[in-house]
Write a protein that binds this ligand. Structure first.
Ligand SMILES: Cc1ncc(COP(=O)(O)O)c(C=O)c1O
Length: 468
C-alpha cells in the first residue's frame, strides 16, 4: 500500500470538523502534502492554487522559511511560560504592537488559542463588565443570522447559520439573531437608502423588543464570511454602531477573517467600515495559520468604567477568571510578530488594495455563465454563487453544485471552498495579477464543466434558463 493510501486510511480515525456521522470512516478528502506560496500540492503530486488560503488564513502564503526560523528560535529560547504567573518578551511585544495598530483606544489584548475562544472570551468579558458595573441583567447578545463565530458553546450559540443548528444545543436564552444585511434580499422596488434603513432598523427593533436594559452587545462580522460572503450595504456598520451607542449596547467586530490584510488593512473596522468598535476579535491571519492563536482587543474605556464602578462600590478585587494555558503562547506570539514583519516589509496591505479590486473585477466576467446567480466580494474575499433551481423541488440539488464545481476545479488545478451553492475564495495576499487570471480561468472552466454535467444528467436545462 502506498504511503498516501495508508494515510488516507488512517485519516478515517480523525473526526474532522463538520463530519457527517454517517460518513466517518469513509473518508474522501484530498490528502495534501506540501505548500509553497499560493500553491498547495496533493499526495499525487498535483499542484493546486489555494483559492481559500487554507481556511481564510494563510495570508502570507505557504512555506515561508522565515516563519519556520522564528518558531524554531523561540522554541529553543523558551518554548512555554505560564501566562498566569509570568510575562514573556514575545507576548508582551506582540500585544503592544497590536494595540498600536488597532483603531481608537482598543489598547489591551487578551490572547486566546483560536477564533472561537477569542469570541467566547470577549463575550465572557462583556458579561463580567456588566456584572462589575452592577447591571447583571444586561446580558442579551444580538448577532446575525448567517453569521459564523466559532464552535465553543457560546461562540456556536451566537453563530446564526441555520444549517449548523441541528442536533446540537445552544444558549438560546442569551442570544437573539437578526436578519443578515444581504443585498440580494433587497426587494426590487426598495431604494438602497431604504434597504440600509431597514437593515439597521432590524437591530434597533431587536434592542427595543428585548429592552435596552437587557441588551449587552451586538456581534457582527464586517463581512459575513462563511455565511456566504455577504457584503452589507454601505453605512450598515456605522448605522448599527450609532444604534448601539444610543441604547448603551456594546459593539463587537469579529475580524477573525477580515483583519491582517484581507481587506487591505491590518484591521478593517475603522479603515474600511468607518467604525471604532468596543471590542475586536481576531485570529487566522494573525499568524497566517502557521500556528494557532487568537485574540480579542478591548477599549480603555471599558476597563476604565469597570475600575470606576468597582471603586464606587468599594469592590477591591474583581477577577476576570478566564484564560487558557496557551494564552499568549510565546511561540505563537513570535510567529505572529514575524508574520506582521513580513506583511509590513512586503507592503501586503497596499498590495491587496490593488489586487483586491482586480480580483473582484475579473470575477464579474463569470456572470455570463447561465448557472451563475451572483458574484460579490470585497478586498481579497469573493464568492461566486450558482443556482440550478428551475423548479420547486430541486433545493438539495442546488446544495450540491458547490461540491461538483470543487471537484472539477481541483482536476483543473484550483482549490475552491465549496459552500452549499457558492464558491468562496480568499487567496493568499501574495497572489499576483497573473495568478488571479489563472484562478478566474480555472473557475470558469470548473463551473462550466459542472453545469455541463448537470445538463447531461437532465437536472439542468439551458432552454429553461434562457426562457427565465
Ligand atoms: C468570523 C469568524 N469568527 C470566528 C471563527 C472561529 O475561528 P476558529 O475556527 O479559529 O475557532 C471563524 C472561523 O472560520 C470565523 O470565520
Amino acid at each position: 500500500m502506498s504511503r498516501a493510501s495508508l494515510l488516507k486510511q488512517q485519516d478515517n480515525q480523525f473526526i474532522h470538523p463538520w463530519d457527517d456521522i454517517q460518513q466517518i470512516g469513509d473518508n474522501q478528502r484530498t490528502l495534501l502534502r506540501h505548500g509553497e506560496g499560493v500553491y498547495i500540492e496533493d499526495s499525487d503530486g498535483n499542484r493546486l492554487l489555494d483559492g481559500p488560503a487554507g481556511m481564510w488564513c494563510v495570508n502570507i502564503g505557504h512555506g515561508r522559511q522565515e516563519m519556520a526560523q522564528a518558531i524554531y528560535d523561540q522554541v529553543m529560547e523558551l518554548a512555554y511560560a505560564s501566562p498566569w504567573y509570568v510575562a514573556t518578551g514575545p507576548s508582551a511585544e506582540f500585544a503592544s504592537r497590536l494595540a498600536a495598530l488597532s483603531p481608537g483606544d482598543l489598547n489591551h489584548v487578551f490572547f486566546t488559542t483560536c477564533g472561537s475562544t477569542a469570541i467566547d472570551s470577549a463575550l465572557r468579558f462583556v458579561q463580567f463588565y456588566n456584572n462589575v458595573l452592577g447591571r447583571p441583567q444586561k446580558k442579551k447578545i444580538i448577532a446575525q443570522k448567517k453569521g459564523y463565530h466559532g464552535s465553543t458553546y457560546l461562540a456556536g450559540s451566537v453563530s446564526g447559520k441555520e444549517r449548523d443548528k441541528s442536533y446540537l444545543d445552544f444558549a438560546t436564552d442569551l442570544v437573539y439573531h437578526i436578519d443578515a444585511p444581504h443585498p440580494l434580499n433587497k426587494p426590487e422596488a426598495m431604494s438602497d437608502e431604504d434597504f440600509l434603513k431597514h437593515c439597521v432598523g432590524n437591530l434597533e427593533s431587536a434592542i427595543l423588543e428585548l429592552g435596552p436594559e437587557n441588551c449587552a452587545i451586538f456581534v457582527a462580522e464586517p463581512i459575513l464570511a462563511s455565511g456566504g460572503l455577504i457584503v452589507p450595504p454601505e453605512g450598515y456598520h456605522q448605522g448599527c454602531l450609532e444604534v448601539c451607542r444610543k441604547y448603551d449596547v456594546l459593539y463587537l467586530s469579529d475580524e477573525v477573517v477580515t483583519a491582517f490584510g484581507r481587506m487591505g488593512h491590518v484591521f478593517a473596522s475603522e479603515e474600511v467600515f468607518g467604525i471604532q468598535p468596543d471590542l475586536i476579535t481576531t485570529s487566522k491571519g494573525l499568524t497566517s495559520g502557521y500556528i494557532a492563536m487568537g485574540a480579542f482587543l478591548v477599549s480603555d474605556r471599558l476597563l476604565q468604567e469597570m475600575r470606576e464602578s468597582a471603586d464606587a462600590q468599594g469592590i477591591d478585587t474583581a477577577v476576570f477568571s478566564n484564560g487558557f494555558t496557551y494564552s499568549g503562547h510565546p511561540v505563537a506570539a513570535a510567529a505572529g510578530m514575524k508574520n506582521l514583519d513580513i506583511m509590513e516589509r512586503e507592503n501586503l496591505f497596499a498590495r491587496v488594495r490593488e489586487t483586491g479590486p482586480y480580483l473582484q473585477q475579473q470575477l464579474q466576467s463569470l456572470r455570463d455563465i447561465p448557472i451563475v446567480r451572483d458574484v460579490r466580494g470585497k478586498g481579497l474575499m469573493a464568492c461566486v454563487e450558482c443556482e440550478l433551481i428551475q423548479g420547486e423541488d430541486d433545493l438539495e440539488m442546488d446544495y450540491n453544485i458547490g461540491n461538483r464545481i470543487d471537484k472539477h476545479c481541483q482536476a483543473l488545478g484550483l482549490m475552491v471552498r465549496p459552500l452549499i451553492n457558492m464558491c468562496v475564495m480568499s487567496p493568499p495576499l501574495t497572489i499576483t495579477h497573473e495568478q488571479i487570471d489563472d484562478l478566474v480561468s480555472m473557475l470558469r472552466r470548473g463551473i462550466e464543466a459542472a453545469m455541463q454535467e448537470c445538463i447531461e444528467e437532465g437536472i439542468y436545462h439551458l432552454d429553461v434558463a434562457r426562457a427565465g
